[in-house]
Write a protein that binds this ligand. Structure first.
Ligand code: ADP
Ligand code: ZN
Length: 210
């Protein structure tokens, strides 16, 4: 088992890239911290109840809460698998947790997208609440409007995808997460891809870089 970390702003498309690559290659396992947390919120677990308020405000949940969830997934992932770790770490403290745990990081790929593009992307984002597939009304529309191609469920707009909360999430990204670029660059692990090339080419560029 080894790990490829996806770094990028909310709306950079890292989740779409990871899901696409994992669907094409059984050796790639997509692990999304946001999906794990939304799952816990939906189930009403203690961790979910604690995380809910932070998520709705666009703030980071406490490090220990998400680090425990990710640690569990890493511990149960074995064999000839590469984990595409999406949304964790999101600050230097979380990166240090991974390091202390001796997690085998192969590379860290920054999905680079200008802030201006991001606001537009998130505004058009639609999500399947059942299978977690992601869509965009213009860039990646489902075959039938409002319906998931993969499972037929009705698509939703995530609660934290409203313009005000998106602004806060971008502030948090620049303050908390962007320092990880220098952190991993110093370790010689960082690669960058242009995340503004369309879903297909973004995924291909990522695959080559990782
Ligand atoms: P996006 O990448 O579009 O912001 P995510 O689905 O990755 O969306 O995350 C949604 C929310 O979940 C974040 O705004 C945050 O509240 C919480 N979250 C996800 N990952 C982490 C993390 N590693 N540390 C703290 N909070 C997290
Ligand atoms: Zn679906």
């Amino acid at each position: 088992m080894d790990i490829v970390i996806l770094l990028g702003a909310p709306g950079s498309g890292k989740g779409t890239i990871a899901a696409r690559l994992a669907s094409e290659d059984a050796k790639l396992k997509h692990v999304s911290s946001g999906d794990l947390l939304r799952g816990a919120v939906a189930k009403g677990t203690p961790a979910g109840l604690e995380a809910k308020g932070y998520m709705e405000k666009g703030q980071l949940v406490p490090d220990a809460l998400i680090a425990t969830m990710i640690g569990d997934v890493i511990a149960e992932t074995k064999g000839d698998v590469t984990m595409l770790l999406d949304g964790f770490p999101r600050n230097v403290a979380q990166a240090e947790v991974l390091e202390r745990a001796g997690a085998p990081i192969r590379s860290v790929v920054l999905v680079d997208v200008p802030d201006a593009v991001i606001a537009d992307r998130i505004a058009g984002r639609r999500t399947c609440p059942k299978c977690k597939a992601g869509y965009h009304v213009k860039a990646l529309p489902p075959k039938v409007e409002g319906i998931c191609d993969k499972c037929g469920a009705e698509l939703v707009i995530r609660k934290d995808d409203n313009p005000e909360t998106v602004k806060d999430r971008l502030v948090v990204y620049h303050r908390e997460t962007e320092p990880l670029v220098a952190f991993y660059e110093a370790k010689g692990l960082l690669r960058r891809i242009d995340g503004d090339q369309g879903p297909e080419r973004n995924a291909a560029a990522f695959r080559e870089a990782m």
